[in-house]
Every structure is written in structure tokens, then in C-alpha cells.
Design a protein around this ligand. Structure first.
Ligand code: BES
Ligand code: MN
Ligand code: ZN
Length: 527
């Protein structure tokens, strides 16, 4: 994706050169500026004919390729439906740009000019970011295990024909918005880079994306960016007292890891870090409480929380966001074996709490319990955020269109929800009432790892709250949003790389957050 050339153009889009010129059309037939009139002038009224005949209605995500027959420098004018002007959001532009890019690629068109910024869709920064993200994220492919495709590609190179990689995207902008458009592009680039990596990690089979492979990948990406990298192995974890993580790992032959990433720019706004923890379960068989065979292969994606941590750290470092962030990725498989945890076993987490393992398939909360409590103790964070493909129940509650948001700090949760609305990774809050805590009481230990029938997402969060030492904390259950079963405009079937756009923007906001700074100062003075 770094090979795709992306540039801002401030001239006249109708005299610019590319294969396709993308023009937004509202569902009432309007186009930005005087584009419709001018296109009609050059193309002998064809655009108006198409719109008046209802061949193209401008409905959201509609796309029509209109050949220009040599009458314009571009080979096609691509009409792109914006839908109703009252309802358009950057997220719809992201989807539309994805649809356009994929349609272009399927026609072997590899250079586009987008004029969508010109439609006054809101902040040009958000819109240009959405155009670039929609385009690049939609073009993502995971085909490295397809030998046939590899051959085709090589052949294509030899003959100079067939499958071309996407080449360039130029964004048309007014001179006034140019700076904002550039900033949007820069953010999109960084976010997409992190998201591509996260998708790759999630799409690789679990025999490749092992805890050690993920540690190696993280180490390489950290080295490029001056992020401090530490990886703790099993022996060390035992010594550190991370009994819950070690407990889950002991059923597996793959060595477990706790991966620690620390980004501390010299201009960091905060005097205490933000702690970001992601469930990095590289394969979840369920353990002795074995899962049914159907769809078990999707459990290679149970590391999506950790992948989002890595992708976000990459993005904020690339953008130079002045915020001190520590990322933790507890990484292991969950397997059944003679050495595995058994239902009824009791584990002791880092903070000393004992956990009765009623169901070995509720393993995510076990590894998070250790990573959270160890991270809180070691780094004394101002804010804790965790992401995890934690419960099937969140899909029952919210389906595939919202992240489950829970926590102990209403202000921080609302900030996350608001940013999610803005960037198109929406969340929905679920309650964490006292009563839910009753469900995870154990007859023999401090707590148990499952809470019975009702409110599975909530009791999982209630469990985690025992390990954040009452620090401000936001939990994101991404089990419903981490992968898609079929292609969506900018989400090809497979791992979505969810959470990186949300967190990168949230950290951008926190870096400017006076509240976070003031709060810190007050605490320092107290000491
Ligand atoms: N990794 C799963 C959650 C999951 C399920 C993610 C489906 C994506 C799709 C998690 O470890 C798990 O197995 N949770 C159990 C908890 C239960 C045993 C209390 C679940 O949701 O069934
Ligand atoms: Mn599980
Ligand atoms: Zn799991």
C-alpha cells in the first residue's frame, strides 16, 4: 500500500490526466461546483441524459463508468453515488471510495482522480482521510498462500499485461483546503499501514502467526520507529507471577509471550502513560472445554486485539502523536492437552486474586487479567484501554456493526464512543451494574471465569474490572467486528483490522486533552 502514489492536485480536475475521474452525484442529481454543466458541455449532454433517464440515481454506493471516448484526458468519468445530502458522512465516503476502487481494479484501471472532497461533505481533513482509507483498505488482498495467483502475477509482469497493481490516487482540492487534505492523507496512510499489518497477522493461519512470529513482527516494526520493544518468555512470566497467562499457555506446545511496546515521544503530553492491552490469542480451540468444529478455523483471528495494539502503536509513532503509550500483547494459544488447564482448576493472577476456571474456553479474560494487573502495577497509567475478541455474546447483543464498550469511567467511554462515530468504528455501551458481579462469584476462589447464561459480554467485563485497580478503564469487546464473512466496501472477507482508526484518533485527541494534563499535575502536587 506504500507503493500507491497519493497526491493532492489543486488544478482543474477536468484537465487532469488519469484513467478514471471520480465525480460525486447526490441523489437529486446535483454535482459539486459546475461539474455537471461542464461535463455535459464536453460529453454532449450524456451525464444529464443518464441522470434524467434514471440510469444512475446517485444512491449511496452506486457507481457508473462512463467512457469519455477521447473527449477528456481521462478514459472514464466515474459517477459515484453520494446518496442524500442530509445523510452523508465521512464513513459513507469511505465505503463509496472503496466500492469505486474495487470496481476500478476489476476493470484494470489503476489510476484515479477523486473530486469527492469538493462536495462539501464536512471537514475536508476527515473526508480526504476517508477517501484514502476507503481506497487503500478496499484494495487489500491476502493471497500469499495462493500459488496460482503468484504465477499469474509473474506472468503478468513478463508480458506487461493483465493484473496490474493499483498505481495512483490523486485528490482534487481547492487551495483553501489543501493543507487539511494533506493532513487527512497523512493520517490515512499511517492508519492503513497499521491496519494492513493487523489484517495480515489475523489472516495468517495459526501455524504461521504464532506468539513468537507475532513478537518478531512487532519487534521489527518497533525498530523502524524507535518504539521500545520487550518480550517476556514463559520462564520470565512464571517468575513475574503471571499465573493466569501461564495457566492458559500450559496446554500448548507453542511458547507464550508477553509483548511490551513503549512509545514515549519527548513531547509527550502526559506525565503518566496510557496503557493499551490487546488479547493476542493466536488460536482458540477452547482448550479442554473444546469448541465445536464448525467455524473453529476463524479462531486464528482471536489475536485481533493484540494486532490492533501493534497497528495503533505503529500509526501513532508514524504520525508523531505526542502521547506516552504502553502497549501490551499477552500472546498464547489455547489448546487441549495432557498439560492443559482443567475445568475447576484454580489459577492465581498477578495481583494475587484466585480464579476458578469453570470453562477453559473463557481464556481471554484470564490472559488479560494478568496483562492488565501487571501493566497497571508496573506503569501506573492515567488510563487503561483493552481490546479483545472476548465474547460470542457481544455478537448476539450488537451483531457485526458495533464494538461493545464497557468500563468504569463514563467520561472516557463517551469520548471513545464519540470518536467511533466520527471515524466509522462505532461502539455501543453496555452496563456494568453491581448485580452482574454476583454472577462471577466462586464457591472456592475469589472469582470464577464465567458468569452463567445471561449478559456474557458484561460478566466478562466485570471479571476484567477486578484487574485494573480502579484506574480509569475502557474495555472494547471486538468479537463481533474483528472479521467479516463476506466482502464489504472497504473490508475484504477476513480480518478487518478493527480498532486502529478508532484508537489512533482517540490518542490524537488525548494528546491535546487539557483534562489529562491538568489531572496529572494535580496528582503530582499531592505527592
Ligand atoms: N474467543 C472467544 C470469543 C469469540 C467467539 C470471538 C466467537 C469471536 C467469535 C472467547 O475466548 C470465548 O470462547 N468466549 C466464550 C466465553 C464463554 C465460555 C463464557 C464464548 O463467548 O462462548
Ligand atoms: Mn475461548
Ligand atoms: Zn478466545
Amino acid at each position: 500500500m506504500d507503493k500507491v502514489e497519493i497526491a493532492v492536485k489543486t488544478g482543474d480536475p477536468l484537465t487532469s490526466t488519469a484513467e478514471g475521474l471520480v465525480m460525486g452525484v447526490w441523489d437529486d442529481g446535483r454535482m459539486a461546483q459546475d461539474f455537471r454543466k461542464r461535463l455535459d458541455g464536453v460529453l454532449q449532454g450524456e451525464v444529464s441524459r443518464i441522470l434524467d433517464n434514471g440510469e444512475f440515481k446517485g444512491a449511496s454506493n452506486d457507481v457508473l463508468f462512463l467512457p469519455t471516448m477521447g473527449k477528456l484526458p481521462v478514459r472514464y468519468v466515474i459517477l459515484a453515488g453520494l446518496g442524500s445530502s442530509e445523510k452523508t458522512t465521512p464513513e459513507l465516503i469511505r465505503r463509496l471510495s472503496g466500492t469505486v476502487a474495487r470496481a476500478a481494479r476489476s476493470r484494470n484501471i489503476s489510476s484515479l482522480i477523486s473530486t469527492l472532497v469538493a462536495n462539501d461533505l464536512g471537514e475536508s481533513e476527515d473526508v480526504s482521510e476517508a477517501i484514502v482509507e476507503g481506497t487503500l483498505l478496499s484494495l487489500y488482498r491476502f493471497d500469499q498462500y495462493k500459488s496460482a495467483d503468484k504465477e499469474k502475477k509473474e506472468k503478468g509482469k513478463k508480458t506487461g499485461a493483465i493484473t496490474r497493481d493499483f498505481g495512483s490516487l490523486h485528490l482534487f482540492s481547492s487551495r483553501d483546503s489543501e493543507k487539511k487534505v494533506r493532513k487527512g492523507i497523512e493520517w490515512a496512510r499511517a492508519i492503513v499501514r497499521g491496519t494492513y499489518l493487523a489484517r495480515d497477522l489475523g489472516n495468517h493461519p495459526a501455524n504461521v502467526a504464532t506468539p513468537s512470529m507475532i513478537a518478531q513482527t512487532a519487534s521489527a516494526e518497533c525498530e523502524k520507529r524507535g518504539i521500545r520493544f520487550v518480550s517476556y518468555d514463559r520462564e520470565k512470566l512464571e517468575e513475574m507471577g503471571l499465573g493466569a497467562l501461564v495457566g492458559v499457555a500450559k496446554g500448548s506446545m507453542e511458547p507464550a509471550r508477553l509483548i511490551q511496546l513503549e512509545y514515549r515521544p519527548s513531547k509527550a503530553a502526559n506525565t503518566k502513560p496510557v496503557l493499551l492491552v490487546g488479547k493476542t490469542l493466536t488460536f482458540d480451540s477452547g482448550g479442554i472445554s473444546l469448541k465445536p468444529a464448525e467455524k473453529m478455523e476463524t479462531m486464528k483471528g482471536d489475536m485481533s486485539g493484540g494486532a490492533a495494539v501493534l497497528g495503533t502503536m505503529m500509526a501513532i509513532a508514524d504520525l508523531g502523536i505526542p502521547l506516552w503509550v504502553v502497549g501490551l500483547m499477552p500472546a498464547t494459544e489455547n489448546m487441549p492437552s495432557g498439560t492443559a488447564n482443567k475445568p475447576g482448576d484454580v489459577l492465581r493472577a498477578f495481583n494475587g486474586k484466585t480464579i476458578e476456571v469453570i470453562n477453559t474456553d473463557a481464556e481471554g479474560r484470564l490472559i488479560l487479567a494478568d496483562a492488565l494487573s501487571w501493566g497497571v502495577k508496573k506503569f501506573d497509567p492515567a488510563l487503561v484501554i483493552d481490546l479483545a475478541t472476548l465474547t460470542g455474546a457481544v455478537t448476539v447483543a450488537l451483531g457485526a456493526h458495533a464494538i461493545g464498550v464497557l468500563g468504569n469511567n463514563q467520561k472516557r467511554m463517551e469520548e471513545v464512543l464519540e470518536i467511533g462515530n466520527r471515524v466509522g468504528e462505532r461502539g455501543w455501551q453496555l452496563p456494568l451494574f453491581e448485580e452482574y458481579f454476583e454472577q462471577i462469584k466462586s464457591p472456592i476462589a475469589d472469582i470464577q471465569n464465567v458468569g452463567g447464561r445471561g449478559g456474557g459480554t458484561i460478566t466478562a467485563a466485570a471479571f476484567l474490572s477486578h484487574f485494573v485497580d480502579e484506574k480509569p478503564w475502557v474495555h472494547l469487546d471486538i468479537a463481533g467486528t474483528a472479521w467479516v464473512e463476506s466482502d464489504e466496501p472497504y473490508k475484504p472477507k477476513g480480518n478487518v483490522g478493527i480498532g486502529i482508526r478508532l484508537l489512533t484518533h482517540y490518542f490524537g485527541m488525548l494528546a491535546e486533552d487539557k483534562g489529562l494534563r491538568k489531572h496529572e499535575k494535580r496528582e503530582i502536587r499531592k505527592k
